[in-house]
Design a protein around this ligand. Structure first.
Ligand code: 5GP
Length: 120
């Protein structure tokens, strides 16, 4: 599978589709999910063109990988959900069995309320 430059997150990165931005730097963009599954439901995407987590880890530079991971912690601190009292969950869906719908690599960040055990 090749990266599809017309996927919805690519359009958001090109400002062709609007988003409710949470955070942005040279490496990542973070915005609210249009169909939130929890009180807080945020997406974090790299600015580079990667299909999924494995594509990202295989092809991205070490700087991109480090900056992406650091951005997660930066964002949850910004939202004040990073401590053990509150907490949050990050997941990434990959491929058909993972339930991936948008083929630009992303993490979901869920928080703001109790999340049931593991998967649903
Ligand atoms: P996936 O199943 O690929 O891990 O999740 C894709 C996510 O993208 C879904 O939670 C869906 O609600 C979200 N999404 C799809 N289209 C848009 C959009 O145009 N804007 C935003 N903000 N989120 C979107």
């Amino acid at each position: 599978m090749n990266y599809d430059k017309n996927n919805i997150f690519a359009k958001i990165l090109r400002n062709e589709t609007p988003c409710k931005k949470v955070y942005e730097n040279d490496y990542v963009l973070s915005f609210y999910d249009v169909n939130p599954q929890k009180k807080i439901h945020i997406l974090v995407i790299p600015k580079g063109e990667y299909i999924d987590l494995d594509d990202f880890n295989s092809k991205a530079s070490e700087k991109e990988i480090i900056e992406f991971n650091k951005a997660i912690t930066h964002i949850v601190k910004m939202l004040k959900i990073s401590n053990q009292e509150d907490g949050y969950r990050v997941i990434s869906n990959i491929g058909k069995n993972g339930g991936q719908e948008v083929f630009h690599f992303h993490y979901h960040i869920f928080g703001g309320e109790k999340i049931r055990k593991m998967v649903f």
